[in-house]
Structures are given as C-alpha cells and as structure tokens.
Design a protein around this ligand. Structure first.
Ligand code: CAA
Ligand code: NAD
Length: 309
C-alpha cells in the first residue's frame, strides 16, 4: 500500500506543525448556504468576510442574516430587547462584505467555499485564491457531493484542503460532514473539527466519495418520490403528507427539495449518476430535469414543485 508524505508525517510529527486556530473566516458565495455559514460564524465571535459576485446579492444576504437574527433575538432575548439589539449589532459588525475574493483571502484563517455546485467553477476559484492566500490558510468546500480530491487538485495546498459540508438551514441544523482526502493533514482536520464544534455543530467523518454520507442516504428517497409521481402512485402533496405524518419528517421530500434548490439537487444527482453508472437508483429523473429546465429552482426563485409567495 502506498502512503502519501502527509500520511507518513501524521504518524511521526503531528505536534511539529501548529494547528490553525480559526478566528477570521472568509465565506465565498452568499446564497442560502454561504449566508447561513457567515451568520453562524459571526454569531460565535468570528470575524467573517462574505464574498459574492455583486453588491446586490451581498445586500440581499445581509438583509436575510439580519432577519434571521431578529427571529433568534425574539426568542432568546424575549425579556431583554436592548440586549437583543446589542447582540444583533455585534454579530452584524463581525460581518464584512466584498466582491473581491482575491484581496480578502490575503489575511484569513479559513476559506469556506459555498458557490454553485460545479466542479470547474470551484476549481477555478480555488486555483486563483491559492496564489494569494497565506500558507496557513485552510481551504474548505461546502460541496454537497463533489469529491474533495477533485476540487483540491486545482490548488497546491493539498494538506490544507478538506470538505466541510453544512446542512440547510445552517443556523439550525446541527450536523457537519468533514471530508478528508488522502492528502489532508491531521492538523487541518483537528482545526476544522474544533472550528465546527465552536460553531455548535456535531462533526462526522466521511469518505471522499460522491455524495459523502448524507446525500447518498437522502437522494434515493427524493428520487423515488419523484418516480412515484411519474408513475401515478400519488400526488406531490400526498407523498409529502405520508413522510410528515407517517414518519415524522419535518418536511416532505418535495418541500425539502424546493428548500434545497432543484438546480443544486440536479447537480448532485448528475454527479452521483456519473460516478455510479451501474447504480440504477441514481439514474436521471425526467420530472427533476423538467422542473429545472423550466427555471423552477425552488423557494429561492418563488416556484419549484410548489409555488411560493
Ligand atoms: N434560516 C435560518 N434559520 C431558520 C430558518 C431559515 N431559513 N428556518 C427556520 N430556522 C430556525 C428558526 O429560527 C428556529 O430556530 P430556534 O429553534 O433556535 O428558535 C428553528 O429553525 C425552527 O424554526 P421554526 O420553528 O420557525 O420552523 P420549523 O419548526 O418549521 O422548522 C426547519 C424549520 C428547521 C427548516 C425544519 O422544517 C426542518 O428541519 N426541515 C428539514 C431541513 C433539512 O432536512 N435540511 C437538510 C437539507 S439537505 C442538505 O442541506 C444537504 C445538501 O447537501 C443538499
Ligand atoms: P445558492 O445558489 O443559493 O448560492 C450560490 C451563491 O454563490 C450565489 O449567491 C452566487 O452568486 C454565488 N457565486 C457563484 N459563483 C461565484 C463565484 N465564482 N464567486 C463568488 N460567488 C459566487 O446555492 P446554495 O444552495 O447556497 O449552495 C451553495 C453550495 O453549497 C453548493 O455547492 C451546494 O451543493 C452546497 N450545499 C447546498 C445545500 C442546500 O441545501 N442548498 C446544502 C449543503 C450544501
């Protein structure tokens, strides 16, 4: 069996390389996931730079974070409105925004990437940032299912690259999947494990295979739900009701697919199918392809399997 230099080093000199204590966080992509990661990191005392491609998107993200914080404060500071307002201001002060990722990463402890689920675009981003971020900076991808090894190959910091997969809504869901490649150092894993615990999450370790653990479990359910509709076994509404009332799921599969985003879902499913052509469970699904082709991307666009106001 062949060992990489990093695997060998782990065994002999893990204490020789300092763990990175994460204080400054750069989140690239301010959509559903990026905004949630930024809010969670800022609420736990981190200084956060939130990056996206234009100022309008960033303004919308900050407005969303502010709305969520108001919701939190209403519950947690019900009897202390002033302390609640102070908390909101403190968290918002912890977040800065930028459209210039290259300059922001020049002084950051970790880059958490939460942009579109597309290998080439992610590789291009990390390839550019690799040249500018300090050597200590850890690179992490929030990809739903693209192998981290493939994304990391665009950078030269293979020992400082890992998967850090949060769940939507990030502020509420307690799980984070941590994915090491064969090159990820133990120090990097220790740093991101500590970081995720400080964020209030429970980390689990996953193999670097498409879909990791969570999406390999949930996608067959989502795909079968769509196939049941295609075959006329039941309506979208009834299938959602079955899962909520029969199994206690907080959302039915169609509600949840709309919540995640059907475009993101299609990218994950296409990746799983390409990686596992022999597993018919991941075969393409007509209903999903049609929904995405019609621009019905879920809650974020006002329509998916359902319509939203
Ligand atoms: N953003 C931030 N926080 C939110 C939120 C949002 N959009 N929606 C709800 N919350 C928070 C609320 O503030 C509240 O927090 P507290 O308990 O601290 O007060 C909590 O979530 C519960 O909210 P509500 O009581 O208003 O609503 P609810 O009870 O209907 O719960 C839900 C909402 C948490 C989203 C729940 O419906 C749920 O758990 N749904 C399933 C979510 C899920 O399965 N996520 C995983 C998706 S798959 C994925 O993420 C992986 C991938 O790669 C695709
Ligand atoms: P989203 O469409 O809500 O947001 C993506 C954001 O990235 C957009 O604001 C877009 O403008 C921005 N962006 C795209 N290219 C960029 C670039 N080169 N530089 C800076 N910003 C860029 O998507 P999302 O749902 O937040 O998903 C983001 C990532 O997180 C994907 O990899 C997805 O698979 C993963 N993920 C999604 C979920 C989910 O439930 N939606 C859950 C876990 C992980």
């Amino acid at each position: 069996m062949a060992f990489s230099i990093h695997q060998i080093c782990r065994g002999f000199s893990s204490s020789a390389v300092r763990n990175v204590v994460i204080k400054h966080v750069t989140v690239i992509g301010s959509g559903q996931m990026g905004a949630g990661i930024a809010q969670t990191a800022a609420s736990t005392g981190h200084s956060v730079a939130l990056v996206d491609i234009n100022d309008d998107i960033l303004k919308k993200a900050i407005k969303g974070i502010e709305g969520n914080l108001k919701r939190v404060v209403k519950k947690k500071f019900a009897d202390q409105p002033e302390a609640g307002e102070e908390f909101i201001q403190k968290v918002l002060q912890n977040v800065s925004t930028s459209t210039d990722a290259e300059s922001v990463v020049q002084d950051t402890d970790i880059v958490v990437e939460a942009i579109v689920e597309n290998l080439k675009i992610k590789q291009d981003l990390f390839g550019r940032l690799d040249k500018l971020a300090p050597a200590r900076t850890i690179f992490a991808s929030n990809t739903s299912g693209i192998p981290i090894t493939d994304i990391a190959s665009s950078s030269s910091r293979l020992d400082r690259f890992a998967g850090l997969h949060f769940f939507h809504p990030v502020t509420t869901m307690k799980l984070v999947e941590i994915i090491a490649t064969s090159e990820t150092s133990q120090e990097t894993l220790d740093s991101i494990r500590n970081f995720s615990k400080i964020l209030g999450k429970t980390p689990v370790s996953c193999k670097d295979e498409p879909g990791f653990i969570a999406n390999r479990l949930i996608l067959p359910l989502w795909l079968e739900s769509m196939r049941l509709v295609e075959r006329g076994h039941g309506s979208i509404e009834d299938i959602d009701t079955v899962m909520k009332l029969g199994f206690g799921h907080p959302m039915g599969p169609f509600e949840l697919m709309d919540y995640v985003g059907t475009d993101t879902l299609k990218s994950i499913m296409d990746g799983l199918h390409a990686a596992n052509p022999d597993l018919s469970v991941f075969n393409p699904c007509e209903l999903l392809n049609k929904t995405v082709a019609e621009g019905k991307l879920g809650r974020k666009t006002g329509e998916g399997f359902y319509k939203y106001k």
